[in-house]
Design a binder for this molecule. Structure first.
Ligand code: ADP
Length: 492
């Protein structure tokens, strides 16, 4: 093909990718100017008398002001949860408990659009993702665990499972409603009561959930949702009348929490950071694998503990994979998260954007080769171009430390043993991905990779029935499936 014709064809190809804006309407989202603490079935003013702002990271506009719970507020919430546990919830027939959980699941489904819009406004993730992943999965978790409520004796035959009491639950900002569902649904199904704290940058969908819980007539105090930052989380962790701490967040805070509960009777599960290896063998379906890489690190802006942030490509297909990857990055639409065409939305906070920039600079200073999308970023809001580094060493900090942003570290390998060793050379062990045509290779790698979740020829797929959790500095304990039930039970 003559050069000019080829260029014209390419130009035409990229022009057709310029979609007209398709913004989701905000009209379904009712956000109050101010939110109080949800304690004992009511929204109560904080004893601290303090509030903080939650903003839209895509526009930097204030969305609402939210109560900041202090130690006295936490104590009030724990007392409400204890009272509800002793007098109502632990005495209620399991079948009745299940009905409430089913009701909450249905109400989330009914208000799915509102939840999706608020999730995207408060957190910055593309509306397509909130709508198609976060909210349906959150409802599914409630449905799934509702079904188990009156079947615990079948889940643990001959073992007399018993609830623990009051669970303190602390969640991060990357999947706000979904993480609330992962925590609350199994706790309720197993007969526990809850004090939950969402992350300070994304409190709104948890507070919407509190409204649903109120409407569902769940007995007061069974679920309490309180807002605040690290100090509020610490007050929950250190409260003497809590029986179980469930935490999802950074490894750094996970270690603080583990130290705080050492020597107490509190049960604990920690779901922490990750540095997942996505591994492409030469016999893989390359186009599908490239899409899996994109999904693993660029969708949701890399704000996923199990993000495929390290890519290992077999040397023989390195060139073709890199070409396809760069071509695909060129087509990623970065910008307004409320636009249904957007692939990569806003970074959750200014602080997180600074962390990501810090790591990109570290990569540059280490002398790695950088490639980034040529997209133009919006002027306002917190955005980051999809970025990748090649020529990466095992010792490179961007290959070892969690960045939690759209930044990929790429390495090559020749043999199975070599890639297993390289992939396992990390402090983390949350997840991994393997792309190959050979079932035998899948089985070989999945049995040798030290990761809690391993996907084969797909990535970032979640289901309420599948346990999720890590090894090493990625934490311990499992959420989801039957394993998720046992984390909230004493099983003799
Ligand atoms: P990230 O780095 O992903 O923001 P963090 O671990 O800092 O994750 O935050 C996850 C959750 O832990 C948030 O709800 C946050 O408010 C809470 N948190 C932060 N510091 C502490 C602490 N010292 N004790 C308990 N919870 C905390």
């Amino acid at each position: 093909m003559a050069k000019s014709t080829k260029n014209n064809t390419l130009k035409l190809k990229f022009d057709t990718l310029k979609y007209a804006p398709a913004p989701e309407s905000k009209s379904s989202a009712k956000i109050n100017a101010q939110y109080d603490l949800f304690i004992n079935g009511k929204f109560e003013k904080p004893l601290s008398k303090k509030y903080f702002d939650t903003i839209n990271p895509a526009t930097e506009e204030k969305l609402s002001s939210v109560a900041e719970a202090n130690t006295a507020d936490v104590d009030k919430a724990v007392k409400a949860a204890r009272n509800a546990y002793n007098n109502v919830w632990s005495k209620m027939p399991a079948k009745e408990r299940g009905k409430y959980i089913f009701r909450i699941a249905r109400m989330i489904q009914e208000r799915a659009r509102e939840f999706s819009v608020i999730e995207t406004l408060d957190g910055g993730k593309p509306i397509r993702e909130s709508r198609d992943i976060d909210i349906p999965l959150a409802a599914n978790h409630f449905f799934y665990y509702a079904g188990w409520a009156d079947k615990l004796a079948y889940a643990f035959p001959n073992r007399q499972p018993k609830s623990l009491g009051v669970a303190g639950q602390i969640i991060p900002w990357n999947f706000p409603l979904l993480m609330a569902a992962w925590k609350i649904a199994p706790a309720l199904a197993t007969g526990n009561t809850v004090v939950l704290k969402p992350a300070e940058t994304t409190p709104l969908t948890a507070l919407k959930l509190a409204e649903i819980i109120q409407e569902s007539d769940l007995p007061p105090g069974v679920v309490n949702i309180i807002t605040g930052a690290g100090a509020t989380g610490a007050a929950i962790v250190n409260h003497s009348d809590i029986n179980k701490i469930a935490f999802t967040g950074s490894t750094e805070v996970g270690k603080i929490i583990q130290r705080a509960v050492a020597g107490t009777n509190k049960k604990i599960t920690l779901e922490l950071g990750g540095k997942a290896a996505n591994i492409i063998f030469e016999d893989a379906a390359i186009d599908a694998a490239v899409e899996g890489i994109i999904n693993g690190i660029y969708f949701n802006q890399g704000h996923v503990c199990c993000a495929g942030s390290r890519l290992f490509v077999q040397e023989s297909v390195y060139k073709i994979v890199m070409q396809k990857l760069k071509d695909r990055i060129a087509t990623l639409i970065v910008g307004d998260p409320m636009d249904k065409n957007t692939d990569v939305g806003a970074i959750n906070s200014k602080q997180q954007l600074e962390t990501i920039h810090k790591y990109i600079n570290i990569g540059k200073k280490e002398g790695l080769d950088i490639f980034e999308s040529s997209c133009v970023l919006p002027e306002k809001g917190f955005f980051c171009k999809p970025t990748l580094f090649t020529n990466v060493a095992q010792s490179s900090r961007i290959a070892q430390e969690e960045i939690f942003g759209p930044v990929l570290a790429i390495q090559t390998f020749r043999t199975d043993d070599e890639v297993i060793e390289k992939a396992n050379n990390t402090a983390y062990g949350l997840s991994a991905g393997v792309w190959t045509d050979k079932g035998s290779k899948v089985f070989n790698l999945t049995s040798k990779l030290r990761a809690g979740v391993i996907w084969a020829n797909t990535y970032n797929k979640f289901d309420p029935t599948s346990p999720f959790g890590g090894y090493k500095e990625s934490g311990f304990g499992r959420e989801g499936g039957l394993h998720g039930l046992s984390a909230y039970l004493n099983v003799q």
